[in-house]
Design a binder for this molecule. Sequence first.
Ligand SMILES: [Fe+2]
Length: 127
Amino acid sequence: MSIVWLSSMELGHAGIDRDHKTVLGIIRNCDLALRDGRQADAAAAMADLRVEVAAHFAREIDLMSEAHYDRTEEHAQGHRRGLAEIEGMVEAARQGRLAADAMQGLIDTFARRLFFDDAHFVNFLNR
Ligand SMILES: [Fe+2]
């Protein structure tokens, strides 16, 4: 079974939640493609993922800057590490050697970022 979007993943910020749902849907497509051995589909999904994640990260940082969030730079550093990780995976997928455990690592990272780092920001907005 792959990851699925759950309402419990909503943080209560419409824009961020919409982005997360989109990103998770692409991660799911990539995961399912890998599980089925559809490497070309996995590579296409990873390329989409890089575009969507970069756009999402930029929107999040804009929101954080506007709100004068005190952890913006720390969060941006996490984004840069995350994008570098994804870029490595895009290349691996393009070469048909993206491993299922790398995908699981990405799912874990997504969940950790959502429930800790992004939730912390939404709580800051709602304080
Ligand atoms: Fe996020």
